[in-house]
Ligand binder design. Structure first.
Ligand SMILES: CC(C)(COP(=O)(O)OP(=O)(O)OC[C@H]1O[C@@H](n2cnc3c(N)ncnc32)[C@H](O)[C@@H]1OP(=O)(O)O)[C@@H](O)C(=O)NCCC(=O)NCCS
Length: 166
């Protein structure tokens, strides 16, 4: 299993993944293909976002690939926090292909993403999840997450916040 960058050669795999994800909101949103006429247009926009434009802080995106070159999960690493990320989004967002869940891939991918954060010279990383996302909380705890104060949004939703020392 390895992390690879988002590139044109993964187009058909990426499209198959999005299809399998279905109508649910894509997590992380940086991998959503909706609203783009072509894959090239998506890649172009992603490249600009990765540099940090408008509300986006500089960030990196990777696919987790299995030994059959199939995308099993996706991760978005934010290189620094803004107010929204400090409260809700955290440094790292991830999602696993529906048919590949509960096989330990999120746990493995978060561990690999933490190594990338270390390369970015981050000292500690914030990872968050919705209060009712028990699976994600387990993934974070298994990667050494220490729970901080939760964030309570205006709509009443509660976000759990964990720090991982690198
Ligand atoms: C959350 C998500 C990333 C987990 O991915 P995953 O690859 O299935 O996670 P893992 O297999 O590494 O670990 C999941 C853990 O949750 C546990 N789990 C699964 N279903 C559970 C349930 N209903 N209740 C309690 N624990 C559960 C698993 O047993 C496992 O823990 P264990 O290793 O102690 O047994 C995946 O479900 C997903 O993509 N969800 C949609 C997007 C999302 O929520 N992203 C995270 C945003 S913070």
């Amino acid at each position: 299993m390895k992390l690879v960058k988002v590139e044109k050669r993964w187009q058909s795999e990426h499209e198959a993944y999005v299809k399998e994800w279905g109508s649910a909101r894509m997590v992380p949103s940086s991998f959503s293909l909706s609203g783009y006429d072509t894959y090239e247009a998506y890649l172009e926009e992603l490249e600009m976002r990765q540099q940090g434009i408008e509300n986006w802080v500089p960030n990196s995106n990777y696919f987790l690939i299995d030994n059959r070159n199939r995308i099993v999960a996706m991760v978005n690493i934010r290189h620094r926090l803004n107010d929204y990320l400090q409260n809700i989004g955290g440094h790292i967002g991830y999602g696993v292909r529906p048919s590949e869940r509960q096989k330990g891939y999120a746990t493995l991918m978060l561990a690999q993403a933490l190594k990338k954060c270390k390369e970015q010279e981050l000292k500690r990383v914030l990872v968050t999840c919705d209060d009712d996302n028990i699976c994600s909380a387990k993934v974070i705890l298994k990667n050494g997450g220490i729970e901080d104060e939760p964030f309570r949004d205006e709509d009443g939703s509660v976000i759990r916040r964990f720090w991982i020392e690198l």
